[in-house]
Design a protein around this ligand. Structure first.
Ligand code: AMP
Ligand code: ZN
Length: 119
């Protein structure tokens, strides 16, 4: 979609600080980080929400989650042996959750004690 910010980052039209890429996924640092590690992981194809993505292409949602885990490993948030120190995946969906970019993305957050419940 030519008017979608994240689609334009996938094509390189808008710059991104890319940390991980596969054939169908793309990951880059959030411009307004909320934690020492804050990376956004997206499918290269445009889908508005996780729910719409899983209906259209469940395999691709799996690839996005796998890419998020690979980013967490790369950032030292988990090891091959276990989930320490850990990280959080967030998929804001709709206005009540504060979704501002309508191209599905997983926030990978880590590098500090994230607390629970979120604010
Ligand atoms: P959400 O509120 O869940 O839709 O998240 C959208 C995220 O995109 C926010 O955390 C923004 O900081 C981030 N963002 C917006 N523009 C850019 C950009 N040009 N590069 C990287 N991250 C961005
Ligand atoms: Zn898009």
């Amino acid at each position: 979609m030519s008017d979608c910010l994240f689609c334009r980052m996938v094509t390189g039209e808008i710059p991104a600080d890319v940390v991980h890429e596969t054939g169908r996924t793309f990951a880059f640092r959030d411009i307004n980080p909320q934690a020492p590690t804050h990376v956004l992981v997206i499918p290269k194809d445009h889908h508005a929400t996780a729910g719409l993505l899983v209906g259209a292409d469940p395999q691709l949602l799996g690839e996005v989650v796998a890419a998020a885990h690979a980013v967490a490993m790369q950032e030292g948030l988990v090891t091959a042996d276990g989930p320490e120190p850990g990280y959080r995946l967030v998929a804001n969906t709709g206005p009540a959750a504060g979704q501002t970019v309508h191209h599905v993305h997983l926030h990978v957050l880590g590098g500090r004690d994230l607390g629970w419940p979120p604010g």
